[in-house]
Design a protein around this ligand. Structure first.
Ligand SMILES: Cc1cc2nc3c(=O)[nH]c(=O)nc-3n(C[C@H](O)[C@H](O)[C@H](O)COP(=O)(O)OP(=O)(O)OC[C@H]3O[C@@H](n4cnc5c(N)ncnc54)[C@H](O)[C@@H]3O)c2cc1C
Length: 434
């Protein structure tokens, strides 16, 4: 087992190349071991090191720190996610609990960037949920109802207004929510790597192959060494299942995305010189599309069940063609060779869109499964799992504990059959929206 990722992510390519990268080449012992250096693992390591300045903390990642999904996502720090509207107060309360977690997630990222003076292209622009299908109006009206009940500022928009704001006449119905931030995910996660305290030892390109629990310690095997630790936090999100963590409650999904080159002055004028914006789909398998502040277009319109450990160049090129079709649907005047970068990334899903945050055994903790909204929640869960693992309590932990827990998933092959069927159904529903 080895995790090989493509090196084509536009966000990561925007960053300076890091030096001084260490891999695990010998046997080590530590008080705390954290597996996975994305938002979750980096935040857990940062917090643990603050609380326990005299303990030895090791953080490992199978690739370069921050270069998994955390550096490869679409950069929406969300306050709300779309639902179909609710028929009962209980469901509304559950939605509120979710939104409370998102709100804490936004606060914790805000605090981090303030404390560390991080420039991550933070833009409190809000976001749009939009569709070309008039029939989707009902979904957005129901959603609007939910948002009104919970006091979220928002507005419903038709084709003309959407054209003015977005520079495309593709969308016929949309809902704008004022909350929510657009940011550069690579810059944010790189800042978290740079902010690691000195008592955190970081080993990269070091994949955990297997692990076992003994009486007083946990033994973790890597290609070139073993780490014996007293405590462990699993923060591998889309790879939790491959390490046997909460296997019946989560599964990985592979997403792919592309980014165009910067639009020329003429091209930018041709789409109405819009301000930076982000659109999320009304149907789950529709496209997420964004115009960045430096006039690039990002699109993500595939989601599939496959081996999460790698995607070869041929497969990525095939996805890139689907991305181009999505861009051309919305901006037919842009040229065919406009995509500069395409990449894949792994997210973690549960059956009911709920997250994992728990002690799974004595001295063993896990946090993850953010279902596509892990920027804020991952940062929050990382910090809070570190507190929980240090036997501390916080108001945030109480809010997190209130959430609905992930539900049990059937074993293979039934799970994969179920996921394939669901994805195929959603794909048909969103055919016009990719
Ligand atoms: C294309 C795409 C678009 C997305 N868009 C958004 C968005 O707009 N907004 C949003 O909030 N979220 C979005 N997400 C989801 C978000 O990126 C994730 O929820 C978030 O990055 C999870 O952070 P994490 O630290 O838990 O996991 P990751 O960032 O996945 O980090 C886990 C780390 O574990 C490492 N690892 C795995 N297995 C092992 C092993 N065996 N040994 C050692 N290390 C291992 C991996 O290399 C990886 O670096 C998107 C994701 C993708 C892929």
């Amino acid at each position: 087992m080895n995790l090989t990722n493509d090196t084509h992510c536009a966000w990561i390519n925007d960053l300076y190349t890091r030096s001084n990268i260490k891999s695990l080449l010998s046997n080590e012992e530590c008080d705390w071991l954290i597996i996975g250096a994305g938002y979750t693992g980096l935040s857990a390591a940062r917090k643990l090191a603050q609380i326990n300045s005299n303990l030895k903390i090791i953080l490992v990642d199978a690739q370069l720190a921050g270069e998994g999904a955390s550096g490869r996502n679409s950069g929406y720090l969300v306050d709300t996610t779309l639902n179909d509207g609710f028929t009962s107060n209980k469901e509304l309360q559950n939605y509120k609990k979710k939104a409370d977690i998102y709100s804490l997630g936004i606060n914790v990222v805000k605090k981090f960037i303030k404390e560390h003076q991080v420039d991550c292209d933070w833009n409190e622009s809000g976001k749009y949920f939009a569709s070309s299908k008039i029939e989707d109006k009902k979904i957005l009206e129901n959603f609007s109802n939910t948002l009104s009940k919970l006091g979220f500022e928002h507005s419903l928009l038709g084709n003309k207004k959407l054209f003015e704001k977005l520079g495309t006449s593709f969308y016929n119905i949309g809902l704008y929510t004022k909350g929510g931030i657009l940011l550069h995910p690579g810059k944010l996660v790189r800042a978290m790597v740079d902010a690691l305290p000195s008592n955190v030892f970081l080993y990269e390109n070091s994949c955990l192959l297997n692990w076992s629990k003994n009486k007083d310690f946990i033994s973790c095997n890597f290609k070139n060494g073993t780490i014996k630790t007293k405590n462990i936090i699993f923060a591998t999100n889309g790879f939790l299942k491959s390490l046997g963590i909460k296997s019946n409650y989560n599964f990985p999904i592979t997403l792919t995305a592309s980014m165009t080159r910067r639009l020329s002055d003429e091209e930018f004028k041709s789409i109405g010189e819009p301000k930076e914006w982000g659109v999320l789909p009304v149907r789950p398998m529709g496209a997420t599309i964004r115009i960045t502040k430096d006039r690039r277009i990002l699109i993500r319109n595939t989601a599939e069940l496959r081996n999460p450990f790698s995607m070869d160049k041929y497969k990525l090129n095939q996805r890139s063609k689907i991305h181009l079709q999505g861009i051309k649907k919305r901006f037919p005047n842009l040229p065919d060779d406009i995509i500069e970068n395409s990449w894949s990334g792994i997210v973690c899903r549960s059956g009911n869109s709920s997250q994992i945050f728990e002690k799974i055994d004595k001295n063993i903790y896990a946090a993850g499964c953010y279902n596509g909204s892990g920027i804020g929640v991952g940062t929050l869960f990382g910090e809070q799992i570190a507190l929980m693992a240090s036997n501390q309590h916080s108001e945030e932990i109480s809010v997190i504990d209130e959430r609905k827990k992930p539900n049990w998933l059937p074993p293979q092959p039934f799970l994969n059959i179920g996921i394939y069927t669901r994805l195929a159904y959603e794909r048909i529903k969103a055919r016009s929206e990719t």
